[in-house]
Design a protein around this ligand. Structure first.
Ligand SMILES: Cc1cc2nc3c(=O)[nH]c(=O)nc-3n(C[C@H](O)[C@H](O)[C@H](O)COP(=O)(O)OP(=O)(O)OC[C@H]3O[C@@H](n4cnc5c(N)ncnc54)[C@H](O)[C@@H]3O)c2cc1C
Length: 381
């Protein structure tokens, strides 16, 4: 991934916008701002670009598969998903990298009476809402995907819930912002944010001070800066990577307990866990055991596959589990783009557009109202 690893002293340097964090959210914001003509953007990443949660993710773009009602969050997820085909095409033009947008769709399997009740209810509301969803008998599901378990009772198919190779997205974004002239400083840790009379003045880094009028906090699970009321905590997710050539399934396949994701290069990802383990990114015996048990329930043929890799990442979760995206009313020039929790890959294209619009137009799009960082100030009061 292209980046400028410029570790010269930064003191005396200034930027129009400083973005803290080079995960998928910081990268898409840098790209969207640059495409709108903003100059002198500086993206600060303390490690290397796209090496944290965005790298660990599964790349599922699946708002419908787990949704039990239609609300503003669901609409946000669907809008971002629907941006992906154009996003993929533009990134290919800009970077030469194919992000492997796979539009086969997603299956959600039921194994117990309880699972079946859950998918029946999901089918009913989504069908009534006019969303594309198909109900399959066990026989139909197995005709579609012969590799799934004989114990399946029924399934839903979500034709618009798709997947992308998130690591390729990160490489493509890295190339794209380098072409666009975004200044990227890797190995630069933001230690604090300086404000004077409720306005942003700049950031203090391990390499010196950078002055700026706008700061975007896109630091994932590490986004709790200042004495701000926005608090973000890490929720660990482990993933096991198997080798499946030929692939065992074509669809992304969920159950109520886990999922499997077939990749074009013969990897099959199995996930995941949801753990409060602080900032430790271990892969544990218990985690791998749970993931593989759930994957075997979906497709018993997995038992013959080799284990290729395993990793974990820290999902950024705000107190209410919803994204925190928009300008902070308490401090002029401070913008949050964090808390994307289980949906940061899915929400990246729309987050980039909405934050760029907020900065360039000086007004937050109405779509962001439910996700404003100011909702926590009200809670605190
Ligand atoms: C196992 C797993 C599976 C997932 N599957 C999916 C999925 O299928 N679909 C989906 O949409 N989402 C998925 N997610 C969630 C998704 O990965 C996250 O929501 C998303 O990656 C968050 O992106 P981010 O850019 O905010 O955070 P990150 O990718 O974590 O990036 C934050 C960056 O900020 C940098 N940083 C932090 N502090 C500082 C500082 N002080 N100074 C400089 N840099 C700093 C970090 O080094 C890091 O690079 C999954 C997550 C996990 C763990």
């Amino acid at each position: 991934m292209d980046s400028t690893n410029d570790t010269s002293k930064l003191t005396g340097r200034s930027a129009s916008v400083v973005i803290i964090g080079g995960g998928i959210i910081g990268l898409t914001i840098a790209r969207a701002l640059s495409l709108r003509g903003v100059k002198d953007i500086c993206l600060l990443e303390r490690g290397s670009l796209g090496s944290e949660s965005s790298f660990a993710a599964g790349g599922m773009l699946a708002p419908q598969a787990e949704a039990d009602s239609r609300d503003e969050f669901f609409e946000l997820l669907c809008q971002s998903r629907d941006l992906y085909p154009n996003f993929a095409a533009s990134l290919k033009d800009e970077s030469g990298i194919d992000i492997e947008l796979d539009t086969t769709g997603t299956l959600y399997l039921a194994f117990s009476e309880h699972d079946q009740l859950e998918i029946d209810q999901r089918y009913e509301w989504q069908m009534q809402a006019g969303l594309p969803v198909e109900k399959l008998t066990a026989v139909e599901a197995r005709m579609l995907e012969p590799g799934i378990s004989h114990d399946v009772r029924g399934a839903l198919r979500f034709p618009l819930d798709i997947q992308v190779e998130n690591r390729r997205v990160l490489s493509a974004l890295g190339n794209s912002i380098a072409q666009l002239g975004v200044k990227t400083l890797c190995g630069t840790n933001v230690e604090s944010i300086e404000t004077v009379r409720h306005s942003v003045k700049g950031v203090h880094t391990n390499d010196g001070f950078i002055s700026c009028e706008t700061i975007v906090i896109a630091a994932g699970a590490w986004s709790t800066f200042l004495n701000s009321s926005v608090k973000v905590e890490p929720v660990r997710g482990q993933m096991v990577c198997l080798t499946a050539t030929p692939q065992l399934t074509r669809h992304v396949i969920y159950s109520a307990r886990g999922y499997i994701i077939p990749r074009q290069d013969g990897r099959l990802l199995a996930g995941s866990t949801s753990e409060r383990a602080g900032f430790t990114k271990e892969v544990t015996v218990g985690g791998v055991n749970t993931i593989l048990s759930n994957a075997l329930e979906i497709a018993p043929g997995i038992s013959a596959l080799g284990i290729n890799d395993a990793w974990s990442g820290l999902r950024p979760k705000a107190l209410d589990g919803l994204p925190v995206v928009g300008a902070c009313g308490e401090i002029d020039g401070l913008i949050f783009a964090t808390g994307h929790y289980r949906n940061g890959i899915l929400l990246a294209p729309l987050t980039g557009e909405l934050i760029a619009e907020t900065i360039v137009e000086g007004v937050a799009p109405a779509l962001l109202n439910p996700f404003t960082p100011d909702r926590f100030v009200a809670v605190d009061a």
